[in-house]
Design a protein around this ligand. Structure first.
Ligand SMILES: Nc1ncnc2c1ncn2[C@@H]1O[C@H](COP(=O)(O)OP(=O)(O)OP(=O)(O)O)[C@@H](O)[C@H]1O
Ligand SMILES: Cc1ncsc1CCO
Ligand SMILES: [Mg+2]
Length: 251
């Protein structure tokens, strides 16, 4: 019961968000009893991360200022031993994103990398046709590439899609289920990254904490899909189901 673990710890999660999903992410974290704070001014991120339980870095709508903030916040979190989750949104779509991924992977020690398959390919620098922020097309041995990235950077890698894969370079878990409506609501992956960050607070094994969050998140999608067939309703149902699962009242 990982979302329940988050509710019991009620962590403050410092999010460097993209502009598309900031509201959904904040409401999703509140629904499970966490406290979100969005802060991306380079001038304040080191101070903000110092009072947070975890840092969630998302480069979905990056610009030169927010990249400075990501580096400063990540380094400050590392110095404090605060867990960091990196979501390299659209990593392979442009040269700016590819460079930023390289810099963030080199300069910051991330606890968890949470991405879709296209983003994994970009982080691993293997060929893939990314479609903007969506996963896109290609042929990738996902488990093998995820393990290589995990070993190379000493990070837990969580790759999502119809079936999610989590690996620390040795252990591998596959998590299926959920709902095909989930990728039709923008930011469900971005929110998941922030929820993983929240789930790391009070956990001593990032791999098992990440697996537990992804399992609960699939269940959240199933509960939402049982109550709604249209995407708008599903988005609201998803927030409701996050609350239910975290409280422990979901069937
Ligand atoms: N076809 C599918 N069937 C069931 N669940 C899915 C499917 N595709 C994605 N998901 C689930 O949706 C959630 C978000 O994963 P996804 O891979 O879509 O993230 P993402 O591409 O980073 O999303 P975004 O950038 O919009 O935030 C995960 O819980 C994942 O398991
Ligand atoms: C649509 C979109 N564009 C940049 S970030 C984002 C949200 C999903 O990742
Ligand atoms: Mg994403």
């Amino acid at each position: 019961m990982s979302l329940n673990h988050i509710r019991r710890h009620a962590p403050l999660v410092h999010c460097i968000s993209n502009i598309v999903v900031a509201n959904f992410k904040a409401n999703g974290l509140l629904a499970i009893g966490a406290s979100p704070v969005m802060a991306d001014a380079p001038e304040e991120v080191a101070q903000m991360v110092a009072i947070a339980g975890a840092l969630s870095i998302n480069m979905g709508t990056l610009n030169s200022e927010s990249v400075k903030a990501m580096l400063a916040a990540g380094k400050a979190a590392n110095a404090l031993g605060t867990p960091v989750v990196f979501d390299p949104v659209g990593a392979g779509a442009t040269e700016f994103r590819r460079q930023t991924v390289r810099e963030l992977m080199r300069e910051v020690k991330h606890t968890v990398l949470r991405c879709n398959v296209g983003e994994l390919a970009a982080v691993a620098e293997v060929p893939w046709q990314q479609k903007g922020v969506d996963s896109g097309d290609g042929d990738l041995a996902v488990v093998e590439v995820a393990k290589q990235v995990a070993q190379r950077y000493g990070v837990v890698v969580a790759v999502t899609g119809e079936t999610d894969i989590v690996t620390d370079g040795e252990r591998v878990s596959e998590i299926s289920g959920g709902s095909a409506l989930t990728p039709l609501v923008t930011g469900t992956g971005c929110l998941l990254s922030a929820v993983v960050a929240a789930g790391l607070v009070g956990s001593d094994d990032a791999y098992t904490a990440t697996v537990a969050v992804l399992q609960d998140y699939k269940r959240v999608a199933e509960i939402a899909a049982a109550q709604s067939t249209q995407v708008g309703d599903f988005q609201i149902g998803f927030l409701n189901a996050l609350q239910q699962v975290s409280v422990g009242v979901a069937a």
